[in-house]
Structures are given as C-alpha cells and as structure tokens.
Design a protein around this ligand. Sequence first.
Ligand code: ZN
Length: 284
Amino acid sequence: MVWLRLTELECRADAFERAGQKLIARAKRHNDLIGRHVHLDGTAFTTYARAIHDCPDAQACTDSRQRARGGELRVPRELVRGSAEQADAVRQDAAETPEDEVGLDPVADFGISWLDLQDPRLADIPLSRRQRYRWFEQIGHIYRVADTTAGARLLEPAGVGRTGKFHFGGELMMASDDHFHAPLSVLTQPADVQEYEHYEPIYAKTAAAVGDPYSMTVDRGLHIKRVFQHNLRHRVSTICDWRQPKAATTPNGTSAPSLTVTASRAAATAATPATTMAPGSASS
Ligand SMILES: [Zn+2]
C-alpha cells in the first residue's frame, strides 16, 4: 500500500521539484554564495527484487561451463545480488577505464542484455505474465525481475560453479552546495545507465534553482569530453580527478596514478587549475 501511494506521487514529482527550486532561488537572492560551487555525487541503491532463472525449460537447463568440469549441472535458481556498497566500489573501479573505452560494449559493462517483451525467446510465456516482469539474458539463460524499473550492473563475472554477482537497482545522484553542504537537486537512474548520461539533466535541474555555478566538482566517471564541452559552453569550471583520455598512453601501457583534487572550495580559493594532470601523463 505504501509502495502504491508513493508510486502515485511520482507523476507529481516535477511539481515538488519546481517548488524546491523556487525556494532555493529565493534563498540565493539573500545569499549569492548559494549554488556558486556545486558538488555532484552518486550513491548506489538496491532493489529487493530477485533475478529468477526462467528459461522455457528451466528444470532441464544446464550450465555448459559447469558441465565441462563435471560439476553440478543445474543453473542456480537466482542470480547472486551484491550490496550497494559493492556497486559503488565497482563504479569507482570502472572510472579508471580510459575515456575512449567507456560505453563501447554495454553487455560487457553490465553483464546482461535486456529482452524486449516481443523477443522470440519469450514467445512461450503468456503476454500477461511477460508484462509483470522485466526479462534479461545472461550467458544464454533467461531471467526475470519483478522490479520493472530497476537496472542491473555486473559486479563479479560468472565462474565455474557460480553465477555472476549483480547489483539490481540504480544510482541516486545529488548536486549539493559546496559552501553550505545542502542539496540543490537529485536524480535517480537505473544501474545500467552510464553515470555521465545524466550529467546534463541534473545540471539543468540545479541551474533552474541557482543559475550556472562557478564550478562543478564531479566524480572521475564524469571525466568525459561531453561533460567538459557542456561546462565550457556554460562557462563553468570542471573539478574532477584525472582520467586517461586514451588507452595505454604511458610507456608501460598502464594508467598513470592520478592526483586527487580536493574539495572545490579549496581548489577555487587556491586558484588551482580546474583539472589536474596526472604525473607521467604530461610526457605523452
Ligand atoms: Zn537456463
């Protein structure tokens, strides 16, 4: 019941958001420091829906990798779920990937492929049942999840005798004021949408309340050309950990260690460049 009532409110979310923006804008008229330096951060959240193995003949379904080792033939009934903390850690690791290798292969990044309800692999399932779930394929097997809005992200790949471990849920992004440490706007996204896809929407929400900030401090996952170009157009400084733009640009082919940029206020007052170079990368 609580879930239904809260879901009903979702179509009114815009009105709540606009009211909040008006209040923040009014506060800014009294104190122009509000929204001058903005910090964007994301935190994973988990859905409690489980991913249930649901191939047409699931009882007969066997795992070829396990069979090859003479192990248990049955595919486990559900995929192993990881915690939101593990999802955050994996996302941070993914931000180490050079910029030109990001988003090339969603199946490799997220470990599954979502199935359309009309997909022939679901043809034997009655439509009314198909519509109750979201369906996906992982290593040749079909799974369903009851939460039709949740995304999925691979945390640990499958190995012999075990399925992969997944995060089912999404990410809550929050833009907060770096001086007052108060939230300015929030955005949720499914776990299988790249973080940078939502930079422009949450920026727009923030700017609707406080206008263009002087600086945006963002996670390394947002260190991509599109974000820098957006901020240049809006004359906003970008404060972000360094990320390799191209794969293997250092002599030994590994990513150079990065300098961490501290809080944007400190960076701004010390007149630090908006982005820092990683030691070693300057030689490339
Ligand atoms: Zn199967």
